[in-house]
Design a protein around this ligand. Structure first.
Ligand SMILES: NC(=O)c1ccc[n+]([C@@H]2O[C@H](COP(=O)([O-])OP(=O)(O)OC[C@H]3O[C@@H](n4cnc5c(N)ncnc54)[C@H](OP(=O)(O)O)[C@@H]3O)[C@@H](O)[C@H]2O)c1
Length: 159
């Protein structure tokens, strides 16, 4: 993995930019979750405290790093108080996947060189977490899956 650019993001976004509603994902897409597992397995997953709280347990086979200014450490995760702590904590060759939610994407997307974006073919009303604008800075370079529920593409930072 590329240690010069250790950050990538992965997200599922509705047609109207929604990523979350009432503290959870607004959809159930097992096919997308399989891709999420395959892409992130073995790497560091960096998430916000609210996304951590939406999970039933730590994501297995991955280091779960949770950004929180005031939360307490829990089993299966490491608390990160500030993004300044991340690079000194990183071991050679490790890859970080920024996995959300909205606040963390907004804070960390500028550090990412690639984004795996699942375009969910739904429009969600009443969403309360959103993905920031990315199309000015990133371009699609690969389509990994396309079906009646979603399209998964890999986007790379424009040179
Ligand atoms: N569709 C997707 O791909 C996807 C992926 C992930 C999550 N989601 C959804 O997104 C929603 C959650 O997103 P959210 O924006 O509400 O919350 P979030 O980004 O998951 O977490 C926000 C929390 O992270 C901590 N934080 C934020 N910035 C920080 C910083 N710079 N340094 C240290 N800590 C920081 C704070 O925790 P403290 O308050 O503890 O300080 C803050 O309250 C849920 O609905 C979830 O299901 C969707």
């Amino acid at each position: 993995m590329n240690s010069t650019f250790p950050y990538k993001a992965i997200v599922a976004v509705s047609q109207n930019g929604v990523i979350g509603k009432n503290g959870d994902l607004p959809w159930r897409l097992p096919g997308d979750l399989k891709w999420f597992k395959k892409i992130t397995m073995g790497h560091i997953v960096l998430m916000g405290r609210k996304t951590w709280e939406s999970l039933p347990f730590a994501l297995p086979g991955r280091k779960n790093w949770v950004l929180s200014r005031s939360g307490n450490p829990q089993e299966g995760m490491d608390i990160i108080r500030s993004t300044d702590e991340i690079l000194p904590k990183l071991q050679a060759g490790e890859q970080i996947f920024v996995i959300g939610g909205g606040e963390i994407y907004a804070h960390c997307l500028s550090k990412c060189n690639e984004i795996y974006i699942t375009e969910v073919l739904q429009t969600i009303q009443g969403g309360d977490a959103f993905f920031p604008d990315y199309k000015q800075d990133f371009e699609p370079i690969e389509t990994l899956d396309e079906n009646e529920d979603f399209i998964l593409r890999r986007w790379s930072r424009k040179s």
